[in-house]
Design a protein around this ligand. Structure first.
Ligand code: ADP
Ligand code: ZN
Length: 522
């Protein structure tokens, strides 16, 4: 195929109007043209499609593109056709006649690319169907969907393992924007392409500032945030559909341009909202994770996670929707223990088998580590994708405001002794009420106001205690029983601290507004 070596670049220019390939694209294309199996890990917006579209044009036969996103197929195919490329799709949204027509064209060799969802492919005899075509390449988009180690497992994807079994000579290109090392290995195993050449692009998006903030008074924090960046487009991700509606309404009541979006909305509503957002007619989308796949909007300036995501892959993909234009952008994550508990409950009740649950818990733990980090957050994020990081990023809240440590031994003793004296039965709010000496109903009923520890911590505000207690949990000097009303429990370290055998350092509390101010000065 040496005589074709110049072709890819010419085709790039001719059909897409670009003068050069992005890093790795040319090499990926060459490997595919040589008939190698390839695994491509490239962030969203990195330019994955070109990697199989150019080989599709060079090869004589047809390239089959497997994609789970029926809604996007149409757009992709329209864009290709507009660039003078013979592409089509078959999916269940088409009538039988339409489908037959497309398949006929594919059989006659009139097409270069055929997009198809796994459901449609396996709806009938896939082997028979594929054998009736002259196929040069299988491109498997969103290939992490094949792995139950990934975060978006789709059982139909599993059946794609048959491709290599039946068509061992036809190269496979697996593409994804979101797979850690374990998932990547699993993708190759499931697809039977263990010897695939792996390409892992850098995931660094240095223009996105990373911030984590305690998940309290979120509406207030969001309002402050929006006032600091007026008029800029952004996405707020919430866990529940109901919450998206509520947050959007609250924002509208405060005079912001905001709409909600989730999988329960009608298709009409969804496409209308999406379009308005893309055209800057709506400033803010409050959405579940249903929003964003395939949305090409370059000037999203910020992404806020109202709730903690269940894993780093999903989180990274969602914040990656900010700042595609390379301009300074912001990813703000709200973090609370309530979210961790809810996520854990989801996993417990998910009906997954024990192994799978273990994976989900480990992934959640990594997400939690990111949120609790006292070191550069980008280091944590990138090391998750096995990327070497030479130095701190200078563009995350930890880098910008390195935590100042203080001796918190006495403070911790106060909290731990209150936990001990209530028989390890109280949760966060009551514990803080005792420490701060609030005489409310619960306190009086239980007689907590007569404890020697009552009001020993009234020099600190509620927020301060909440922050320090959270840090104590992170430091492992106290436990929490999720299955007992989230009550705090003492452990060995707690006892050592109470006895004065162990000291404890915690980061000095900084309020959100103080932190914002400090960041704005940089
Ligand atoms: P992904 O599938 O990785 O999310 P796309 O394939 O949709 O990304 O590409 C993202 C954008 O980058 C598209 O607008 C695409 O046209 C553009 N692009 C891809 N490759 C190049 C290139 N070599 N030069 C300039 N733009 C490119
Ligand atoms: Zn940093």
């Amino acid at each position: 195929m040496a005589h074709k070596s110049k072709l890819p670049l010419q085709l790039l220019k001719k059909h897409f109007g670009y003068d050069s390939f992005r890093p790795q694209q040319a090499e990926i294309i060459n490997q595919a043209l040589e008939g190698k199996d390839v695994l491509v890990l490239m962030p969203t917006g990195g330019g994955k499609s070109i990697c199989y579209q150019i080989p599709a044009l060079v090869f004589e036969g047809l390239t089959i593109v497997i994609s789970p996103l029926i809604a996007l197929m149409k757009d992709q195919v329209e864009a290709l056709k507009a660039n003078g490329i013979a592409a089509a799709y078959v999916n269940s949204s088409q009538s039988n006649t339409e489908q037959t027509e497309v398949i006929d064209r594919a059989r006659k060799g009139d097409l270069k690319l055929l997009y198809i969802a796994p459901e449609r492919l396996f709806a009938a005899d896939a082997e028979h169907f594929l054998k009736s075509l002259n196929i040069s390449l299988f491109a498997i988009d969103e290939s992490h969907c094949i792995s139950s180690w990934g975060h978006d497992f789709r059982p139909e994807y599993r059946k794609l393992g048959m491709l290599k079994e039946v068509f061992s000579e036809i190269p496979v290109m697996a593409l994804t924007a979101t797979a850690d090392k374990v998932t990547r290995r699993d993708i190759c195993r499931q697809l039977g392409i263990e010897n695939a050449v792996e390409f892992v692009s850098s995931f660094d998006r240095p223009n996105i500032r990373l911030t984590v903030s305690p998940g309290r008074k979120k509406m207030q924090q969001i309002t402050d945030f929006l006032k600091a960046s007026p008029g800029q487009s952004g996405i707020i991700y919430c866990l529940s559909r109901k919450n998206t509606e509520k947050v959007a309404e609250d924002l509208r009541n405060k005079g912001f341009s905001a709409e909600y979006y989730h999988a329960g909305c009608t298709p009409d509503w969804r496409s209308k909202i999406q379009e308005k957002f893309i055209n800057d007619d709506i400033q803010i989308i409050v959405a579940t994770i249903a929003f964003g796949m395939g949305i090409d909007k370059s000037n999203v300036r910020w992404v806020i996670h109202y709730n903690l995501p269940g894993n780093v892959e999903g989180f990274y993909q969602e914040i990656g929707r900010a700042g595609r234009d390379g301009e300074p952008s912001h990813a703000l994550l709200f973090f609370s223990y309530a979210d961790i508990m809810q996520r854990k409950r989801f996993i417990d009740e998910s009906g997954a088998d024990e192994e799978q649950k273990g994976v989900l818990r480990a992934k959640l733990e990594r997400m939690k580590q990111y949120a609790e980090a006292q070191i550069c957050r980008r280091r944590i994020l990138l090391s998750y994708f096995n990327e070497k990081v030479e130095k701190d990023c200078g563009n995350c809240d930890v880098c910008l405001n390195p935590p100042k440590l203080m001796d918190a031994t006495v403070l911790a003793q106060k909290a731990l002794s209150a936990v001990a004296r209530t028989g390890e039965s109280v949760a966060l709010n009551t514990l803080i009420d005792i420490l701060r000496g609030s005489r409310n109903q619960t306190i009086l009923q239980k007689g907590y106001d007569r404890l020697p520890t009552f009001a020993v911590g009234n020099d600190l505000k509620y927020e301060e205690w909440a922050d320090y207690i959270m840090q104590m949990l992170n430091a492992g000097v106290m436990d929490i029983a999720y299955d007992e009303g989230h009550s705090f429990k003492l452990n060995e370290q707690s006892i050592a601290i109470l006895k004065g055998q162990q000291k404890l350092q915690l980061a000095n509390y900084i309020s959100y507004s103080e932190r914002q101010e400090m960041m704005n000065q940089k």
